[in-house]
Design a protein around this ligand. Structure first.
Ligand SMILES: Nc1ncnc2c1ncn2[C@@H]1O[C@H](COP(=O)(O)OP(=O)(O)OP(=O)(O)O)[C@@H](O)[C@H]1O
Length: 342
């Protein structure tokens, strides 16, 4: 059951000057986000990701289409009703957006105050949330006394204080170093698993999607050009943009310049064999090569683990006479993709 459903949603901003054209930041997007998922939205700068997020929490009205949250159509709702909807949606940001004049506890308390929660209840909830994010000892500190990772953990505690069902994370790890990024991603995973909160993860980093998302949508020029499970998109990307993103974290087929280097070292035939989870094993392929008297050396590629499922692209330099190599390649199970790369 989708907790967020976008049907043919578009957002067009008016032309900034009389001479220029209106800008369609989100273009006819149809997307279902299932309750309990970590749903990644990836795209280059300007692809429309942040605009899409602002449409999900109704910070901006859509130009066309409908947005449904938890079964209720929110596009077209009045401001008063929207305030209620927004209480069920938490948000964290790249620059954390904490109040510097408030303590850590004061920051987490803020949305509870706005929601009119009684003081005694708020105190318990703030302590609970700070405990959850591992910052109980920083309750009286101020944001500028914290590291980036700690600030984001405060952001997460604040976003979760009112027990939302959805957490929108807009480039939440983009300002953090790689190690802190992993810590914050691990915390988001706990948020999803322990509280069952649906997370919409906006990012331009495929590594972020790879580490915690279940499903992913690829955005380009305002449109969703590809979507699916993280395993499917990573192991078999369809569009050029998705292929480019995947290539940042998966070593697949060597690029032309890499191939030129390989060629110098290995003048013989070179093939890439792609393996998918649950299919034919590598050892079956290598045994077949040996039986045909073909030698092989692994020269490029690797095996990837995504959510406990593996796939890989192995590029091999083959040795032996041509006819034997032809026979060996013909013997490879037809479920595997074999590409002669040179
Ligand atoms: N309020 C606005 N008024 C006019 N144009 C806007 C507005 N907000 C966004 N845009 C334009 O819409 C397009 C999509 O922007 P958006 O911020 O959604 O992309 P993004 O994928 O989130 O990129 P980034 O990661 O750089 O924020 C851009 O061309 C941007 O200039």
């Amino acid at each position: 059951m989708p907790i967020v459903r976008l049907s043919a949603v578009s957002k067009t901003y008016p032309a900034p000057r009389r001479t220029s054209r209106p800008l369609t930041a989100v273009d006819n997007v149809t997307l279902d986000i299932d309750a309990g998922d970590i749903f990644g939205i990836i795209g280059y700068s300007g692809a429309g990701k942040s605009t899409l997020v602002r449409l999900i929490n109704a910070l901006e009205p859509v130009s066309a289409g409908t947005v449904e949250v938890a079964g209720t159509v929110i596009s077209g709702m009045r401001e008063r009703e929207l305030r209620q909807v927004r209480l069920g949606i938490g948000m964290i940001f790249q620059q954390f957006n904490l109040f510097n004049s408030r303590t850590v506890a004061g920051n987490v308390d803020y949305p509870l105050q706005v929601a009119g929660v009684p003081a005694a209840e708020r105190k318990v909830r703030v302590a609970e949330m700070l405990e959850f994010v591992g910052l109980a000892d920083k309750a009286s500190s101020y944001p500028d006394q914290l590291s980036g990772g700690q600030k984001q953990r405060v952001g997460i505690a604040r976003a979760l204080a009112t027990s939302p069902r959805i957490l929108l994370a807009d480039e939440a790890t983009s300002a953090l170093d790689p190690e802190t990024t992993l810590e914050v991603l691990a915390l988001l995973k706990r948020v999803n698993e322990e509280f069952g909160i649906t997370i919409v993860l906006i990012t331009h980093e495929m590594e972020v999607i790879k580490s915690i998302a279940h499903r992913v949508a690829v955005m380009d020029s305002g449109r969703v050009i590809e979507q699916g499970t993280v395993f499917d998109v990573f192991s078999n990307p369809q569009t050029d943009a998705a292929k480019r993103f995947v290539s940042t974290v998966v070593k697949a087929v060597p690029e032309a310049h890499e191939l030129a280097v390989l060629r110098q070292r290995h003048p013989g035939r070179i093939v890439t064999i792609s393996f998918a989870d649950g299919g034919v094993s590598q050892s079956a392929v290598f045994l077949g090569f040996a039986q045909h008297g073909v030698t092989f050396e692994l020269v490029y590629g690797g095996v990837n683990d995504i959510q406990g499922r593996t796939f890989g692209h192995l590029t091999l330099a083959l040795g032996g006479d041509d006819a034997a190599i032809d026979r060996a390649l013909a013997s490879v199970d037809s479920s595997l993709t074999v590409t002669e790369v040179a």
